[in-house]
Design a protein around this ligand. Structure first.
Ligand code: FES
Length: 184
């Protein structure tokens, strides 16, 4: 059974070369036994091959599962864990599971939004980062937990603001943008 950590790491995994991804796609479709009920699971497995769900893959899945393309697009665009455009160069996922939340994930998100210039689960930020929310990664004692590109990083729950900023600097996050002066 796939664990939450494996799921998060798969989401952050490096995509394959296009030809290799296409070959794996065919194998995954065959492995699904062409079952229409397997659509979500299939899309979940296809996405890491390309880093997102390209139109060509959605067409292929619709064709092979004998489903209307509109239905496949509908599912792919409904769930926020699916992405229909290529990923940014830098991805940061923040666990918003209960344990991480009570250990300070919300404050961490606030600081990351300022640094990355992007809201949680919004399109690309000004430094080419995306910031996404994740469910429990199964390592609650290390929370609040972040999946930074391809690795998991835990933060101290009682980090003072200055220590937290220093840690974010050390991890290579861009500096916070200066806030606009308040209107007179
Ligand atoms: S709640 Fe974040 S790892 Fe479990």
């Amino acid at each position: 059974m796939t664990t939450a950590i494996e799921t998060a790491m798969a989401a952050a995994a490096k995509p394959l070369a296009p030809a290799a991804a296409d070959r794996r796609l065919e194998r995954l479709i065959a492995g699904s036994s062409w079952s229409q009920d397997a659509l979500i699971e299939l899309l979940h497995r296809v996405q890491p091959l390309y880093g997102y769900l390209p139109a060509s893959a959605l067409h292929r899945v619709a064709q092979e599962l004998a489903l209307p393309l509109s239905q496949v697009y509908g599912v792919a665009s409904f769930y926020h864990l699916f992405h229909l455009s290529p990923p940014s160069a830098q991805r940061c996922g923040v666990c918003l599971g209960t344990a991480c939340y009570v250990r300070g994930a919300a404050a961490l998100v606030e600081r990351l939004e300022r640094r990355l210039g992007v809201g949680l689960d919004q399109p690309l930020g000004h430094h080419g980062w995306t910031l996404i929310s994740l469910g429990c990664l199964g390592a609650c004692g290390q929370g609040p937990l972040v999946c930074l590109n391809h690795r998991l990083v835990g933060f101290d729950s009682d980090n003072a603001p200055a220590a937290l900023e220093a840690r974010l600097d050390a991890l290579g996050f861009p500096s916070p943008r200066p806030q606009a002066p308040a209107a007179p």
